[in-house]
Write a protein that binds this ligand. Structure first.
Ligand SMILES: NC(=O)c1ccc[n+]([C@@H]2O[C@H](COP(=O)([O-])OP(=O)(O)OC[C@H]3O[C@@H](n4cnc5c(N)ncnc54)[C@H](OP(=O)(O)O)[C@@H]3O)[C@@H](O)[C@H]2O)c1
Length: 315
C-alpha cells in the first residue's frame, strides 16, 4: 500500500473530491490513473492485489502515478464519487466496497456494459445517485500495476444528459477521456448492446476471433440475432433504424479479424462472462414486451451453461 495519492497540491483551498475506483482492470485502471495524474482529486483504488504505483500506457505515452490501494472494504470510508469498473457479473462481489463507500450524497458512475446499470447496482449503494456510463475506449490490464488504454471514438464515455451525467462529465474534465452527455441515452445504450450482442456470443461459442463473423453463414446468423435484439430495443424506446442490424455488421467488418472480444477472452481463460448483461438483457426485455427472441434465447442457454460452469470453484 502507498499513501502517494493526496500529496499533490489542489488548485484551490477547498478539500479535494474523494474518488474511489472499484476494480482496476483495463477500464478502471485507465480511469484511476488518468483521474489521479493531475493531482486534483484524492483517488483511492479498491482492488484485490495491492500495488504502490500504477503505470498507464496511452496514446500520449506511458506515465505512472502513486495510488493508495485498499484490499479490505472494512478499511474504506464514504467518498464523493465511486467509479464502479468491475465486470457486470462481479457487481455483487463489489457490494461490500459499495456499501462502505456510499452515502445518499455519493455519486456512483457505473463504467460497465449492459443496459440495466441502475437496477444492477441500486441494492448496494445506500441510496447514492447512479450514473450509467457507456465505455468507448479499449482497456487492457497488462499486469496488476500496469494498464493500456486506446481511444476508439471521439467520445470515450457517454452518459445521460441529466444532473448526474453532467456532474460526471465535469469530474472527468481534467482527463483526456471525453464525456458525451446525451439526451437520447436509451438509443445509444441499445446501439452499444447491439454491437456486443452478436460478436461476443459468437466468438465465445465458436472459440474463434472476429474473423469468424466473415463466414457467410455466421454473418447471416448475426443479422438475425441483431434483428431480434433491435425489435426489442425499439419496444424499449430506442430509435433504432430498420437497417440497424446491417449497419452494425458493416461496422463490425471494419474491425480487424484478429481481434477477440471480452467474452472470447474470458472463455479462453476459463472465467465466467457477462452473459446476463448482454444476451440475457435482450431476452429479458423481449419477455417484458411479449417479443419472441428464439435465437438470442438459444445463445443465452449455451452461454449460461459455459459461464456458470466456469464460475464454479475449481476442485
Ligand atoms: N476492456 C474494454 O476494452 C472494455 C470496453 C468497453 C466496455 N467494457 C466494460 O467495462 C467493464 C469493465 O471491463 P474491464 O475490461 O475493465 O474488466 P476487467 O479487466 O476484467 O477488470 C475488472 C476488474 O475488477 C476487479 N474486481 C472484480 N471483482 C472485484 C472485487 N470484488 N473487488 C475488487 N476488485 C474486483 C477485477 O480484479 P481481479 O483482477 O482481481 O479479478 C478486475 O481487475 C465491463 O462491464 C466491460 O464489459 C470494457
Amino acid at each position: 500500500m502507498c499513501d502517494g495519492a493526496g500529496m499533490a497540491p489542489s488548485h484551490n483551498d477547498s478539500p479535494r473530491l474523494k474518488v474511489a475506483v472499484v476494480g482496476l482492470g483495463g477500464i478502471g485502471g485507465a480511469a484511476a490513473g488518468l483521474l489521479a495524474r493531475p493531482g486534483l482529486y484524492d483517488v483511492t483504488a479498491c482492488v484485490r492485489q495491492p500495488f504502490d504505483r500504477l503505470y498507464v500506457e496511452g496514446p500520449e505515452g506511458v506515465f505512472d502515478v502513486p495510488l493508495r490501494t485498499f484490499t479490505d472494504p472494512a478499511a474504506v470510508a464514504p467518498v464523493d464519487w465511486v467509479l464502479l469498473c468491475t465486470k457486470t457479473h462481479e457487481t455483487a462481489s463489489a457490494g461490500p466496497w459499495l456499501k462502505r463507500l456510499c452515502t445518499p450524497s455519493t455519486i456512483v458512475a457505473a463504467l460497465q456494459n449492459g443496459i440495466d446499470h441502475a437496477e444492477r447496482i441500486a441494492p448496494y449503494v445506500n441510496g447514492a445517485t447512479i450514473v450509467p456510463v457507456l465505455v468507448y475506449y479499449n482497456g487492457e490490464r497488462l499486469t496488476p500495476d500496469r494498464v493500456r488504454y486506446r481511444p476508439v471514438s471521439a467520445n470515450e464515455l457517454v452518459t445521460p444528459d441529466d444532473a448526474g451525467g453532467r456532474a460526471f462529465a465535469e469530474l472527468m474534465q481534467p482527463t483526456p477521456l471525453h464525456v458525451l452527455t446525451s439526451a437520447d441515452f436509451i438509443t445509444l445504450k441499445w446501439r452499444k448492446l447491439l454491437i456486443n450482442a452478436a460478436a461476443n456470443p459468437i466468438t465465445a461459442l465458436t472459440l474463434q476471433r472476429q474473423a469468424v463473423l466473415r463466414r457467410p453463414d455466421i454473418y447471416a446468423l448475426c443479422l438475425d440475432v441483431l434483428a431480434e435484439a433491435a425489435k426489442v430495443g425499439r419496444a424499449e424506446g430506442a430509435a433504432l433504424a430498420e437497417d440497424e442490424p446491417q449497419r452494425m455488421m458493416t461496422s463490425l467488418m471494419t474491425f480487424s479479424p484478429e481481434l477477440g472480444t471480452s467474452m472470447y477472452f474470458d472463455r479462453l481463460a476459463g472465467k465466467p462472462f457477462e452473459v446476463e448483461a448482454l444476451t440475457g438483457a435482450i431476452v429479458a426485455a423481449g419477455q417484458r414486451h411479449g417479443i419472441a427472441t428464439p435465437l438470442n434465447g438459444v445463445l443465452l442457454t449455451l452461454l449460461r451453461a459455459i459461464s456458470e460452469e466456469n464460475a464454479k470453484p475449481q476442485s
